[in-house]
Design a protein around this ligand. Structure first.
Ligand code: SF4
Length: 393
């Protein structure tokens, strides 16, 4: 059976954070109830697409999945178990926030077979959390983290953000040390991106807040490298670190060309050489009729966007996602996927970046070095194929 991954989007949050431009919002219980009912119909009807597939991972993300009552998570999981071939060893993750991940909810998730938690901590510094507009403090996180361990969760990710206004190398080091001393198995660290039309952008524009200096951001990168190495967390992707065996299977699938189907508002799918985007406006999604057999590309009815991926676009996607992993791109896998010689196709650029110690090669894999990962966008822009040069294929 072919492999597929499932993503379920829960767009609801208790309060919008100051930096957030995701599709997430606060809603009444009525709307949440309607949304989950629609989501279940989408899960039930898309099963026809995946009769020959085995589900190897499920990711319930948001928004804040732990904000809604856990009975809704159990409806979702029951529907997936009843309609799809879920592999026995599948990784099943849910995103939770410290203020809403109560003992009861965590216990329910565990009983449903959810075996991985991703906790949105962002910082261990309460002042920085306030600036981000988060509604939890560090102590809330400790309570939910300890409850999760007590219940039996073994695979827990912590999300952190760096580059927060007022953050210093010292405050960041303190956050990272506090987390690493908990013996965590997985850590995701994202740089703060200031999006337009967010309260954070307005506060920065009005000089009410200042971002850390460039020199401090470089020190923060060094601290990450030093402390994750010291605590034996391996960097296996640009923003992700894990103890051996705790790498996120779901995300590794995204970066390894595994197809996925998204359910719910604004979710994305990658399936049968197409990229598809679900409806992104809540009422449009709630008004969909999933009561008949659907095909993956009934665009006008079910999707905001469908992009057909030709060979060049597929190769470029493969390069972009493959080089996110520290293991990089395996030349044999590349050949099996495209029937093309990776070294012939990219030899000149690979040699230049090997000469600059930004790309390394083992016997069969090309990968970005630590410094290469930090300038990955620049390298990728040189490597990617142009649509107007298909003759090289
Ligand atoms: S909890 Fe996450 S999704 Fe919700 S508003 Fe904050 S950053 Fe956005």
């Amino acid at each position: 059976m072919k492999k597929v991954e499932l993503y379920i989007h829960i767009p609801f949050c208790e309060k919008k954070c100051n930096y957030c431009d995701f599709v997430s919002f606060h809603s009444s219980y009525d709307v949440i109830d309607k949304y989950i009912k629609k989501l279940i119909t989408e899960i039930e009807y898309k099963k026809y697409l995946l009769t020959n597939y085995e589900v190897t991972s499920i990711y319930i993300g948001g928004g804040t999945p732990s904000f809604i009552e856990s009975k809704y998570i159990s409806y979702i999981m029951e529907s997936i178990y009843n309609n799809y071939n879920v592999a026995k060893d599948s990784e099943i993750s849910i995103e939770v926030n410290p203020n809403s991940a109560s003992m009861n909810k965590l216990k329910n998730y565990y009983d449903l077979g959810i075996n991985r938690l991703s906790i949105g901590l962002q910082s261990a510094n309460d002042m920085e959390l306030k600036i981000l507009g988060r509604i939890h403090n560090y102590n809330d996180f400790l309570v939910s983290y300890n409850n999760a361990i007590h219940i039996g969760f073994k695979n827990i990710n912590i999300d952190l953000i760096n580059g927060i206004p007022t953050q210093t190398p010292t405050s960041y080091k303190k956050t990272l040390k506090q987390i690493l001393m908990l013996n965590i198995k997985h850590l995701s660290i994202y740089n703060l991106i200031v999006e337009n039309n967010t309260p954070m952008k307005t506060m920065l524009d009005n000089n009410e807040l200042q971002l850390p200096l460039e020199t401090d951001l470089l020190k923060i990168d060094d601290i990450t490298k030093e402390l994750t190495t010291h605590y034996h967390l391996m960097r296996y992707e640009i923003s992700n670190y894990a103890k051996t065996g705790f790498e996120c299977k779901h995300n590794l699938g995204y970066w390894s060309d595994v197809p996925y189907i998204g359910f719910g508002l604004n979710s994305s799918s990658y399936f049968e050489n197409k990229r598809l985007k679900n409806k992104s406006i809540l009422n449009n999604y709630l008004n969909l009729d999933y009561s008949k057999y659907i095909t993956i590309d009934d665009k006008s009815i079910y999707y905001d966007e469908i992009i057909v991926i030709d060979k060049i676009a597929h190769i470029n996607d493969y390069i972009i996602t493959g080089f996110r992993k520290t293991s990089g791109i395996n030349i044999h896998d590349f050949y099996d996927t495209f029937n093309l010689d990776f070294e012939k196709l990219f030899g000149t650029a690979l040699k230049i970046y090997q000469g600059m110690s930004l790309i390394n090669k083992t016997q069969d894999n090309y990968y970005f070095t630590y410094d290469g990962l930090n300038v990955s966008n620049k390298i990728l822009s040189d490597l990617l194929l142009k649509e107007n040069e298909p003759n090289i294929l």
